[in-house]
Design a protein around this ligand. Sequence first.
Ligand code: 5GP
Ligand code: 5GP
Ligand code: 5GP
Length: 208
Amino acid sequence: VLCASQDFDFFYFVQQWPGAYCDTKHSCCYPKSGKPAADFGIHGLWPNYKDGSYPSNCDPDSVFDKSEISELMGSLEKSWPSMSCPSSNGYRFWSHEWEKHGTCSESELDQKDYFQAGLKLKEKANLLQALKKAGIKPDDELYSLESIVEAIKEGVGHAPGIECNKDSAGNSQLYQVYLCVDTSGQDIIECPILPKGRCASTIQFPKF
Ligand code: 5GP
Ligand code: 5GP
Ligand code: 5GP
């Protein structure tokens, strides 16, 4: 049976704060290239539907081919590092993101375009700078969720979705920032639907 999941309405462009990923029950491991900079890293570019559901693993025949992204390697290591264990060079994470999500937007972006789109979006959406401008820094302090949303809205031009996780002490902390992107993978847009964030009204911005 043919799956009608090649079309989608928009992308979530998701960036993760490594200090929160490393502060969960799951351990984290730095990539083989070393500890990433204290900056948000790309998690993924995820095709989504306006009702909040999403397609996944759309083309089992389109396997990840690292030769297609050889020119992007340096930038991917810097901006799209994998924080999971065991320590890796990133290929496992990128291959997962391509096969689960990227194959669902193949009508718009081939594999190289897909990763390049993620890298360009990260340049357009400098979260750390937007937050810094509002006096919000990764210093283990608590900030209101609203102030974080407003700072990103001001700096990036569109309201983000914020996802929190809990540290070992149970504090709600800033984990991922979702921005919405049009189907070309280029322009940040207002989100048709925001993801469920599970944040408290005041959240910690952990050090990394
Ligand atoms: P979690 O269980 O942490 O919410 O999500 C696990 C995985 O499901 C994510 O890494 C991502 O691949 C996928 N996922 C979760 N929420 C969304 C969403 O709103 N849109 C899309 N496209 N994928 C999602
Ligand atoms: P949540 O309850 O956070 O929306 O979803 C929990 C998990 O269910 C997500 O992490 C994701 O793995 C899965 N999930 C939720 N919605 C969808 C969907 O529309 N499609 C797929 N493939 N998985 C989903
Ligand atoms: P998702 O399915 O949510 O798009 O991606 C989550 C998968 O990627 C999980 O299997 C996770 O182990 C793997 N992964 C590898 N590196 C990272 C990382 O730095 N952050 C996250 N969230 N997942 C990673």
